[in-house]
Write a protein that binds this ligand. Sequence first.
Ligand code: MLT
Length: 271
Amino acid sequence: MSDSSRTKFASVRGLEMGYIDVGSGAVVLLLHGFPFDKSMWSEQIEVLATGGFRAVVPDLRGLGETRAAGEISTMGDMARDAAALLDELKIEGATVVGLSMGGYVAFEFAYLFPSRVRGLILAGTRAPADNDQEKAGREQQVLTMLRAGMVPISIATLPKLLAERTRAEKPDMVKRVRTLITRSDPKGAAAAQRGMAARRDYTDDLSNINAPTLIIVGREDPIRPISDAEFMHERIADSRLEIIEDAAHMTNMEQADIFNRLLVGFAQLIH
Ligand code: MLT
């Protein structure tokens, strides 16, 4: 079934939030990256739903089918939205999975609602905040998005999101990632980009994370390289690090079988 045909909506915190809720069993909450939406998790949703888990997959505010509420969508807003969605669905705890921006949201979720986190998967993300140059780069991108839409962003970021081999051998995936980016609402993406620029440094949170944690990184990720993953692994006590070969930033799409094996194996251990 296509993702849009099974999208449900819930009123949470003043938003009409689009989400997918499929399968039954222990809950896995999937938090997408930027500037994507819940359908970047299609392969994971299928595997979880058929593997005895319940996948809850929101469109984070401003992206996918959830409209932006203002000019900035903070990572804390997004984490509270996700928690409010779980409340709405009468779900107490979940394994929380975040890729890249979704990882920042997962950090906030773990900080705000530690008792709700059964396990944590942090993929292609990092704990430190942006430096001034990175913040300025994000604001530059915001101006481009608001002026010219998402196409320039897709051209600039695609080579970093997908490994060279993926780009050479999987044209359908390149197309899919490009479509995911270009169909995003520029205003919503701009608000999320501003939210990422404003995010705090999560380094001090890492030693307080008590949930079992799996850290995943693509061997060829230029955006969030292996050193960022090692940094988290060194500071989160109960953590394991997995490096996925022949993948850059979008590990869950580029090497879906490997990612899914790790995801399901981890969720089975926890629940
Ligand atoms: C993402 O994939 O979510 C973004 O690359 C995260 C970021 O820009 O820091």
